[in-house]
Structure formats: C-alpha cells, structure tokens
Design a protein around this ligand. Sequence first.
Ligand code: HEM
Length: 419
Amino acid sequence: MGRLRKACGVAWVALCIPLLPYTVYFYELTAWKLFGEEFYRARYGPSREPVIEIFGGKAFIRFSDVQARLSDMDEAARRGDIVRRNWLGPAMLASDVFVDGVFALGLDYSNHTSFRPWMDSTLWGVHKKWSRAGVEEAAEKFISGKKHLSLPKDFKEFGVQIIATNWLGLRVPEEFDAAEFTGFFQDFRLQLGMAPEWMFQIPGMAYLSGWIQDRNAKYVKAISDALARHHPHTPPEHIMRFSANALDAMATAGGLSIGEIGARVVAALWDKIGDLGAEDFRLNSTNVDNVILETIRLFPAVTNIAYERLRPFVNSDGTVASDVLGREILAIGPILHDPELWGLDAMEFRLRGQSAYEAERGFLAFGGHGNRSCPGADLALETLRALFLALEKRSWKVKGTGNVSFWGYGTFPFTIELQ
Ligand code: HEM
C-alpha cells in the first residue's frame, strides 16, 4: 500500500513537471507577486518603463496604458490561449444544441457583445436577479451551522452557492450541489485548462478531460433548466449559451475569487495587519467595504489580464499608440501596488476611505470599467460583506498558533474555529 502510494506520488510529480511553466504563468495568486513585481522593480526601478517583457509577452505596467486598453477590448484583441481553452472541448448539450465550449471569459468580440448584456442586466442595475436580503439570509444560515471553516475552500463553496441560487435560481441541493462542485470539478477544470494540448493524448489525462466535459454538460443542463423557468420567453439556444457563460462565472471568475478574497480578509483581520491592528478597530457595517476593497487592492485575486493583440492598438483620437502585436499582459497586480497611484504607503494595509476606490484605479481589481470588467462586482461585494458581518456575530479564531501565512498575493489554506 505504502509503495503504491509512493508510486502514485512520484507519477503525480512527474506529471506536474511539464505543467509547471503553465502553472507559474497562470497561477494568479503568485505569478506577478513572486516574479513579475520583483523583476520589474529590480530591473526598472523608478524609471517606469511603459512595457516590459515577461512571461512570454509584453506587459503594460503604467496605469494610463492599462486603463486605455481595459476600456477598449475590441475585435483587435483576442483572449489568451488558456482562457479560450478552459472549456476543454466542445459539447452536445441537447439533441439540437451544440456549445462549442468557449464560455464567457473566452468569447470573441462579436459573440461577447451579444452575450455580455445578459450578464449585466441580471447581475446589477434595477433588473438584477438577486437581492441584498437574500444574500444576507444565506450568509447567516451558512455561518450559524458551522463549528469550523476551512479557507478558502468553504468560502468558495458559499460563493458558488450564492451565484447558483441568488443569481441563477437553481434549487440547492436538488439541482445543484455546491459542495460537490467545489470538491473536485472546480479545481480540475481550472488546472487541466492550463495543460498543453499534447497532454490530453496521455490515456489517464484523456479520461480526466472527458470527465470534466461530462460535468460541464451536466452543469450547463442544470443551469439552463433553471434559467428556462425564470426566462420562459428566451430561445433555448440562447439559454444554453447563457448557461455556459454562467458556468464560467461559477467555475472560475466569481466561484474562485469570492473564496480567495474571503480567506485573505479573514487572514488580514487575524494577523491584524496595518490599520486592522489599531486598538480601537472593530469590523462593522461602516468599515467592512473599506476592509474588503483594501484587501482586494493589496492581495488581488486577478493580477494580470493576458490576451493577444491582432492589430495595433489605436488611441481614441485615431493615432496608433503602439505597434506591439502578439501576447499582451495588463499588469493589474503591480499597478494596485504602485506608489504613484496609491502613495508611499502603497504596500501597507490602510483604511483609505471609500473615495479611494471610487475612481477607476480602485476598480482595477474588478477589471476596470471596460466591456470586459467584472459584471459580478456588486454581488461579490454583497456576498463578502454579508459573510463577514455574520462571522463577526460569532467569536472565531484561527486554528493553531501564530499568524496565517501569506504566499504571493494569497494565503496557504487554514482553518478557523467558531464558538
Ligand atoms: C471578489 C470577487 C471578484 C473579483 C476580484 C473579480 C474580478 C474580476 C476581474 C479582474 C475580471 C476581469 C478578468 C479578465 O478580463 O480577464 C472579472 C471578470 C468576470 N467576472 Fe469577476 N470578480 C469577482 C466576482 C465575480 C462574481 C461573483 C461573478 C459572477 C456572479 C463574476 C463574474 C465575472 C465574469 C462573467 C467575468 C468575465 C466578464 C467578461 O469577460 O465580459 N465575478 N472579474
């Protein structure tokens, strides 16, 4: 048994070695923090070169350059390979509906402009499909039954559950089991999405990718059944496509980010970093947003946005701003830490006041204000706010002694005990 386990361990490590460059490139938690930011500072210091070469692409590291590109994601820009490929293959979802698998994040410009309005109209504004009261009630219920929370895992489960129930109207757990979803599927889908194409020729890997595809289809079907109930006049092929987009929001975007940011807030509170260490600091409904936004700024969930530029970038006045073609990276992480934007205490946790995050720079953590910015930002803030206010009603502590260890922009997994 011991030998078998050892052999499995060796096989797993061997399998991971070729994956390493991809993991380093895409693991948002650490890539910029461990390599990008230090590299940039050491090499360019205060000279603020507009573009640096890193991770096999040209990275824009000045706020104005990033801002211009974020607000103008047009047909000249195609999403990075991995984002486009994270679907793991085409799927026949119903006898007459074939989803080629390119979900929300990877949609090309023309498809994106037709599907994005659905996400916007259902996630925020007057027609949004979720309510503050619904999210608060779910958070109270989730926290009240718990004696332990494993983070970020349990917050990921909660984030996915909120998206499924409060946004998409899925019945839980009959139609959708958030624990099962975050158990294996979510991680596998993300990790395997990073694998190069040749890896799927290996028999075990081919089986795994088939398994993910089957699950993709199963979840898209469950979501589309729920959406068909709530949007009876929308054509089925649109419902299927919306569902595929919504699955992306659960499996990657919000499904991962809510859990990760939630864990970082808890870690920052426990470690009493920066202003959270003040003797009179107590988390309450007045400062909770500020704590969340400063955590997202200092420990962002998405630290770079990668895509491929097919034609030169053109300024709003029609002049060609740059003739850089090929892979471009918008260096969100370093900009959220840039002293020119945030002051000399940019690397400190400061309660900067709500207005600091109201300007566009403050929304960089949610992808800025462009047509690719996060449509779930309001729901994410509401979910995190409700979670922490419910948690503050209980007494809690981090299991073990000492602080939570941060690693790159994120933390190592940890457990909290609730009284
Ligand atoms: C703390 C939580 C969250 C953070 C920090 C976050 C951050 C971001 C960022 C930076 C982007 C742009 C990424 C890119 O262009 O590559 C993005 C896109 C996106 N987010 Fe979020 N997000 C969060 C929560 C959510 C939630 C709760 C949902 C859904 C309910 C969601 C759905 C999406 C979708 C669908 C996109 C793709 C939008 C598009 O390409 O048009 N996110 N998010």
